[in-house]
Design a protein around this ligand. Sequence first.
Ligand SMILES: Cc1cc2nc3c(=O)[nH]c(=O)nc-3n(C[C@H](O)[C@H](O)[C@H](O)COP(=O)(O)O)c2cc1C
Ligand code: SF4
Ligand code: SF4
Length: 271
Amino acid sequence: MATDIYYFSGTGNSLHLARELKKRIPEAELIPIASLLKGNVVKTSAETVGFVFPVHLMMAPKPVRTFLEKLDLQADYTFAVATRGGSRTRAFADLEKILKKHGKSLDSYFILNMANNDPKFENWHQTTESEMAKLESELQNRLNLVENVVRNKEKYKEEDTYFKVQTPFFSVISPILPVLNRFFNIEFYSDSKCSGCGTCEKVCLSGKIKMVDEKPVWQDDVQCYFCNACLNYCPQRAVQIKSKLLLKSYTTENERYHHPEVTADDIAGQK
Ligand SMILES: Cc1cc2nc3c(=O)[nH]c(=O)nc-3n(C[C@H](O)[C@H](O)[C@H](O)COP(=O)(O)O)c2cc1C
Ligand code: SF4
Ligand code: SF4
């Protein structure tokens, strides 16, 4: 069966998952969403079409939603796999809404827990090797299910078991989280540890970072995808996040995370 798997990944979790899925469905083509965001319509004639992406603020990342809006698909089977660090997600409801406009819906979807790549929270800790091993073993088990469901074109809609009781709260709060982010004026900067290596510019999927006089500049007129690639791939741990409103820096004390098998070149290769 012709299968296209479109993926988006800031720090390698979703790319790792997409690669592992391809090992199981070798005929699948892995296509980076970041490479398709500039044109108007994206056409796919594959029978089976899948989407692999991280959960951002409980939703599908903005570039993934933008991509879906312009996807012209003929598929008779569609599926989605979201990777997350550990909170509830309403990503699939968002995707279904967009696909419905094109007369389509998701036949199956799955939520896979992976390491959290967002070190801006105080209680965040870098996932340890033993935690990574456990997550990887769970991932491989869950991919058995994904493979079977997709190969047999079954219906499968995974129930989200996180924070079930708080569902109404999250449904209300998650769409306004990006607005809150803007309100608190959250932005990236590089501190004095920066060596001018240019890795942040290389991995930046939106093109927001430009090196100027050997220092990264986050350009105001380019939209950030909040993928955290710049933050987590900087070899000097020099990229930080601050709130200009609260005059607070969030990341100076924390370690960083990217998937151990996904390099900065792999991330940049999505462009
Ligand atoms: C801006 C941002 C927001 C995130 N929001 C959530 C969230 O709401 N829930 C969650 O479980 N994980 C969240 N995460 C963690 C990622 O979903 C998770 O680490 C994912 O596997 C990263 O995939 P990637 O490496 O392919 O980018 C967030 C990460 C980022 C960068
Ligand atoms: S990746 Fe880090 S060290 Fe390299 S240019 Fe960017 S901020 Fe500086
Ligand atoms: S500035 Fe950083 S977080 Fe924003 S798109 Fe570029 S790499 Fe991703």
